[in-house]
Design a protein around this ligand. Structure first.
Ligand code: ADP
Length: 479
């Protein structure tokens, strides 16, 4: 859930809570005030009636003529004698013979109670009528609570409406305000995303807001970090390029002398020395190859190597690679099949020398990581990429050991070999090509310099079931 949504929900809930507490307080207050008014009215009516109540000579209640009630009071009156005898009732309740509040008849002091009579809710004041310390009857004065209930009902509806409008307004208001407040953060994350995607440390986050607030501080610090990273990265690339370059010359000299020493009669006479020299020459060649690869990477990264773009046909380059590895393939009963559709593919806009390196690296890996007897197929397809139009997609599919999804991106980074980090301890060394982990990094660097794309798809690593891998390379067609 986004921060904006979370804060909006929080503010709306907070607003809802405040309105609920406020509503409950208003409801209770109005309830108390209304009941107080009814109670005061009932007490007034009861007073008026007790003033006119009389007893006869034997101390019994006389039939009383009730005083005319205030028209607005809307009160019901009953005067009860002893033994449940009704002495007087107000005309408003006619012949009703039930007490307004049965419990109130027993009371020895005035009490107010809510009661139900014939489906109506009443507030009833029961007052004991006492003569010389002796109870001679009870006066009950009641009033309908219909108006109070209706007022409370209306109040709840109004409160609920206010709560809904309040919560909605708070929600919409916070959504809009937070959107404005957080938009610089969205810009930052978008810019960081672009930097990551383009793998370009020279970019900076644009920020046009105030520089003295927290977001401004964050942007400035982040841009400073990027600057520092860029300078570290550049010096590392320069160091790599310089070292590789410096190593190449002595290595070439060493290789030359090795050949001479091996050819000398002193060595040739001794088979053990010949074997040792072969080992040294092989190692030196390998070292030379690694240094060359390192130089390739450094030159691509520092943009010393830039592709010389021209119309390039895939067929001849692929057939050349097929020829280069023919012996190897035969020895291991591997098939490297070039799909016939390659010949019909229109020319690409690419540097043929660099692209040969890309295809070579990918195909060499397919050969390395496919067990004997397997099959490698290279094909080319026209695909439509949104925003880029029609591009050529070269697919190199093998029937090898496969690659786990978590390594699909990282294998294109330099000096990365899956086997080295021991993600799979069992049998991995069997397929470790002994390369320095630079082949795919070089391929990715070259493809990037062509504004193309390279990636791999594979179900996972499995040396027994051999799920295989497919490498995809997308490049533009020549116009
Ligand atoms: P290396 O010099 O080791 O070949 P790469 O950069 O060419 O370095 O490849 C990096 C790693 O990616 C390899 O060590 C290997 O583990 C894995 N890999 C590359 N291609 C394949 C493939 N076709 N099948 C299985 N694993 C592969």
């Amino acid at each position: 859930m986004s921060l904006r949504l979370r804060l909006t929900l929080l503010y709306s809930t907070f607003m809802g809570g405040i309105l609920l507490i406020f509503g409950a307080a208003v409801y209770l207050l109005v309830n108390v005030i209304l009941l107080n008014q009814v109670d005061t009215m009932l007490a007034g009516v009861a007073n008026d009636i007790t003033d006119v109540t009389r007893v006869n000579s034997v101390g019994e209640l006389n039939v009383i003529n009730l005083p005319p009630l205030d028209m607005t009071s809307n009160a019901y009156v009953q005067v009860w004698g002893l033994n449940g005898k009704i002495i007087a009732t107000s005309p408003s309740i006619g012949m009703l013979s039930k007490p307004l509040d049965p419990v109130g008849l027993e009371t020895h002091s005035p009490i107010y109670k809510d009661s139900y009579l014939e489906g109506a809710r009443l507030r009833v004041l029961s007052v004991p009528l006492v003569l010389s310390g002796r109870m001679i009857g009870t006066l009950q004065v009641g009033a309908s609570l219909g108006v109070v209930d209706a007022t409370q009902g209306n109040l709840i509806s109004v409160m609920a409406l206010i709560a809904v409008i309040g919560v909605l307004t708070a929600g919409i208001g916070s959504w809009v305000i937070l959107g404005r407040a957080l938009s610089p953060l969205e810009d930052i994350s978008e810019a960081v995303d672009q930097i990551n995607r383009a793998d370009d440390l020279s970019r900076r986050i644009p920020y046009h807001g105030r520089t003295e607030d927290e977001i401004g501080d964050l942007v400035i610090s982040f841009n400073q970090t990027l600057e520092r990273l860029e300078s570290l990265f550049t010096s590392q690339q320069r160091f790599l390029a310089d070292v590789s370059h410096e190593l190449r010359t002595p290595l070439t000299v060493i290789k030359g002398y090795m050949g001479m020493i091996k050819a000398s009669p002193a060595v040739q006479e001794n088979p053990m020395l010949v074997q040792a020299m072969d080992g040294v020459i092989q190692g030196t060649n390998r070292l030379h190859q690694i240094v060359n690869s390192m130089l390739d990477v450094a030159r691509l990264e520092t943009q010393v190597t830039t592709p010389h773009l021209e119309a390039m046909t895939l067929g001849p380059t692929l057939r050349l690679i097929q020829k280069d590895y023919a012996e190897d393939l035969k020895a291991r009963q591997l098939t490297l099949e070039l799909d016939p559709n390659i010949n019909a593919t229109p020319p690409l806009l690419a540097d043929s020398e660099l692209m040969k390196k890309v295809l070579d690296n990918v195909i060499v890996n397919a050969i390395k990581f496919t067990p004997d007897g397997g099959r490698i197929t290279v094909s080319a397809h026209k695909v439509n990429v949104p925003g880029r139009g029609e591009v050529c997609e070269i697919r190199v599919k093998d029937s090898g050991i496969g690659i786990d999804p978590e390594n699909h991106i990282i294998i294109f980074e330099k000096l990365y070999q899956i086997g080295k980090v021991e993600l799979h301890s069992s049998g991995r060394t069997k397929f470790k090509g002994g390369g320095p982990g630079l082949g795919l990094a070089i391929a990715a660097g070259i493809v990037k310099a062509h504004q193309g794309k390279i990636w791999v798809e594979s179900k996972g690593y499995d040396e027994v079931n051999l799920p295989g891998s497919t490498f995809f390379i997308q490049l533009p067609f020549a116009k």
